[in-house]
Design a protein around this ligand. Sequence first.
Ligand SMILES: CC(=O)SCCNC(=O)CCNC(=O)[C@H](O)C(C)(C)COP(=O)(O)OP(=O)(O)OC[C@H]1O[C@@H](n2cnc3c(N)ncnc32)[C@H](O)[C@@H]1OP(=O)(O)O
Length: 198
Amino acid sequence: MYLYGASGHAKVIIDILRGIDVSVAGLFDDNPDLKQLSGLPVLGKYKAEQQLDLPLIISIGHNQIRQKIAQQLKVNFGQAIDKTAILSPTATVGKGTVVMQGAILQAEVQVGEHAIVNTGARVDHDCIVGDFAHISPGAVLCGNVQIGEGTWIGAGAVVIPGVKIGKWCKVGAGAVVLRDLPDHVVAVGNPAKIIKHC
Ligand SMILES: CC(=O)SCCNC(=O)CCNC(=O)[C@H](O)C(C)(C)COP(=O)(O)OP(=O)(O)OC[C@H]1O[C@@H](n2cnc3c(N)ncnc32)[C@H](O)[C@@H]1OP(=O)(O)O
């Protein structure tokens, strides 16, 4: 596997891959001063149309940046699913997506491409998580929740059953979302209220 982005997020992905015996050949990063991360070589800037002999994961936590890079790269994308994550046999996870330590994906969950299901997040039955979304550590999506493309659910947030959250939203850490949210809004608190557009 290659990684794109020598970040703190990459360190976690490296741990996940090491835990499932997938070796990482190195990381691409635009910062010329970075030479290694977690004992792995930083290979410098990725050159457009560079052919890769291994799949790649974009190891950048920012959803919009991850999307921009994914649209530019013409490579085979891999996945990282931690060995301590619990996935229903009927859950599906798209290419480029990372499922971290202790995350749970219940029956018929669908997680899109280049998404992040972070440490200990719980995604219950029949949820749909869009491409480039991020479910932060300890967040809970109850059954039948839908999360739009690029939406960021903050740490420890709870979304009650059947709620639909639009695209490119930000839900604050600790929020409790009781009602549907439209695209491009920031919502915080319990009960979650929209405070601005984004
Ligand atoms: C491994 C990892 O670390 S994964 C990353 C996990 N990270 C997170 O979960 C962080 C989630 N992000 C947040 O909660 C952020 O505060 C956001 C995205 C909701 C809002 O960020 P910003 O757009 O920068 O908003 P800003 O900080 O200006 O706050 C705006 C208002 O909302 C309030 N607010 C912000 N976040 C929250 C929150 N989580 N709960 C309640 N109120 C909040 C602020 O106090 C502020 O109120 P005020 O105007 O009365 O002073």
